[in-house]
Unconditional design. Structure first.
Length: 209
């Protein structure tokens, strides 16, 4: 599976318009071949920032849709004090997928992204194994766990996006208190894999397609 990630911001007064744009993009994508789904999330840290995560059967399907240049006309529809900026547009391959109860995905309202850059490609094997263990521990010891994904940059072999999905913000915070998870984090510090600690950001889901 190929995943593309778009980070968008709107100026003062434009957040509702930007949310509508992100949802409209998903509706357009539904008409494209190879489109599997999309989530739209709003950052808790930056209220005017939205992240759109699209899922595709292949990179070729995503590129074919992108050739239609749908985004600019949608953005042009935002009025008022909004100034829309595209902060990020990146593509990834999905390498690990761990799911809890499938019935929870439609109710999940909290997601967390962690951007990792490994110190070297030789760290990848150990990093993969550690993420599999972490996801399994979340699945076992956190009742609010819904799903976890690890995406690898489609073009930069040391760059990863860790994507965690929880029922809500409270559940995500409570899961970290389990002794098994605390022990894992203590014995697997970020410095084992990366020079710089991952950038972690929390989001509220506003639409899932």
């Amino acid at each position: 599976m190929y995943v593309d990630r778009m980070d968008l911001t709107a100026g003062l007064g434009g957040t509702r318009g930007l949310e509508d744009v992100a949802i409209g993009l998903g509706n357009k994508r539904k008409e494209a071949g190879g489109f599997l789904g999309q989530s739209v999330a709003r950052s808790y840290a930056y209220p005017n920032k939205f992240t759109v995560l699209g899922q595709w059967s292949s990179v070729e399907d995503a590129w074919a849709f992108g050739a239609h240049a749908v985004l600019p006309p949608l953005i042009d529809g935002i009025t008022g004090l909004a100034t829309v900026q595209l902060l990020r547009f990146e593509g990834y391959d999905s390498v690990i997928e761990t799911d809890g109860a499938s019935s929870l995905i439609s109710e999940a309202r909290f997601e967390q992204f962690a951007d990792w850059t490994l110190s070297s490609i030789s760290k990848a094997s150990g990093y993969f194994q550690s993420r599999q263990e972490l996801f399994a521990l979340q699945q076992t010891h956190n009742p609010g766990f819904v799903a976890a994904r690890l995406y690898r940059s489609a073009g930069i072999p040391t760059k990863f996006l860790m994507h965690m999905i929880f029922r809500d913000k409270v559940a995500a915070q409570a899961g970290g208190t389990a002794p098994e998870l605390r022990e894992f984090v203590s014995s697997h510090p970020a410095s084992n894999y990366a020079i710089v600690s991952p950038s972690i950001e929390a989001y509220s889901i506003v639409h899932r397609l």
